[in-house]
Design a protein around this ligand. Structure first.
Ligand SMILES: [Zn+2]
Length: 89
């Protein structure tokens, strides 16, 4: 059994696009809940965490270039700042 509080702690997780079949492995960089979905960088549709039996705990995983990972929000990333950022884009 895992020594962590969350099943997805430090897991490499497979996300699959429901539209274009794009697949990405996203790393959960902490002992926390990982979102079940994200946005496909290729077509903009939803990517869903699939094939959970493939999840691998990789505490010391080294991110490859451009690989995405989940992490805790920093204070400066709270909602009001996000709104400001949207206005500047
Ligand atoms: Zn897609």
């Amino acid at each position: 059994m895992s020594n962590y509080n969350h099943r997805e702690a430090f897991c490499l997780m497979e996300y699959c696009c429901e539209e274009c079949t794009h697949v990405e492995i996203i790393w959960n960089s902490r002992d926390g809940v990982a979102p079940s979905g994200t946005t496909c960088p290729s077509c903009g549709a939803s990517m869903i965490h699939k094939n959970m039996w493939k999840d691998v705990v990789a505490v010391n995983h080294k991110l490859h270039k451009f690989q995405k990972f989940w992490r805790d929000e920093k204070d400066e990333e709270k909602r009001p700042m996000l709104d400001v950022k949207m206005e500047n884009e």
